[in-house]
Ligand binder design. Sequence first.
Ligand SMILES: O=P(O)(O)OC[C@H]1O[C@H](O[C@H]2O[C@H](CO)[C@@H](O)[C@H](O)[C@H]2O)[C@H](O)[C@@H](O)[C@@H]1O
Length: 315
Amino acid sequence: MQSRLTIKDIARLSGVGKSTVSRVLNNESGVSARTRERVEAVMQQEGFSPSRSARAMRGQSDKVVAIIVTRLDSLSENLAVQTMLPSLYEQGYDPIMMESQFDPELVEEHLGMLKRRNIDGVILFGFTGINEKMLTSWQSTLVLMARDAKGFASVCYDDEGAITSLMAKLYSQGHRHISFLGVPHSDVTTGLRRHNAYLAFCKEHQLTPNVALPGLAMKQGYEHVAEVLLPETTALVCATDTLALGASKYLQEHQSNALQLASVGNTPLMKFLHPEIITVDPGYAEAGRQAVLQLIGQVTQDRELRQIVIPCTLQ
Ligand SMILES: O=P(O)(O)OC[C@H]1O[C@H](O[C@H]2O[C@H](CO)[C@@H](O)[C@H](O)[C@H]2O)[C@H](O)[C@@H](O)[C@@H]1O
């Protein structure tokens, strides 16, 4: 059986470059009528139709939704995306994946490109620096993940509840010297809200707080955990599984295995490597499902812009 022809093959058979074929497919200017006719004739002769994903990238598919994650290597975002994709396929939508790297300018660029390509809707993993103004033209066709914004649909996690339930569990086990490893306050949800929930619990139960806020990276957990280890510390709450994985590597290397760790995430990697760590599941998978339901509702039925908070579950 002959394998599927690509744009490169069409370019070769027509005697033009790939970009010219691409322009013809996109109906863009900059191609003479003669060349356009030649390329179209070759495509017709060869029965060429661009792949589904290639058409989706150009906004030529009937139904296309973009998912803009902050990091392609984020364990938590991947869990949400894993439930988004089958829900989108089920509804006949082609997804396009993009990455923002926590850069608001990159988000603006992506959104501009998606607008020009007439994409049906966007699921955007939000972060500090994203503001309502840059999202205005998407108000009815966008769902924000992990952040809320006035006038926009969103799916958020219960950041305070997640930390409070971990602290309550450790407290019920008799721990009275519980340290906290988290994320700087410039990150409002994973950083500020989770840290504040830890401080509030300490205040209410007259515990002495002991904190370091290095960041989201596993290496930061590894490098900074020593700062919160006092001789009396018996437990450590980490704002994320990733931080806890870094901290746990350090603790193993320094034979500090007596410390009880707890973290927010309940990711498969954590459950596999460290089933002894207490985790709380913020509901990433459910958040992914809810985001797609919300977005498709907005796009097809004018659904109201809801602000959904997924309840967390102590494991
Ligand atoms: O280490 P990860 O598996 O990536 O999990 C860390 C946290 O990631 C998410 O928060 C971060 O990204 C959000 C966008 O998805 C952003 O709004 C937030 O400010 C970042 O901290 C996730 O929402 C958290 O639950 C994870 O703990």
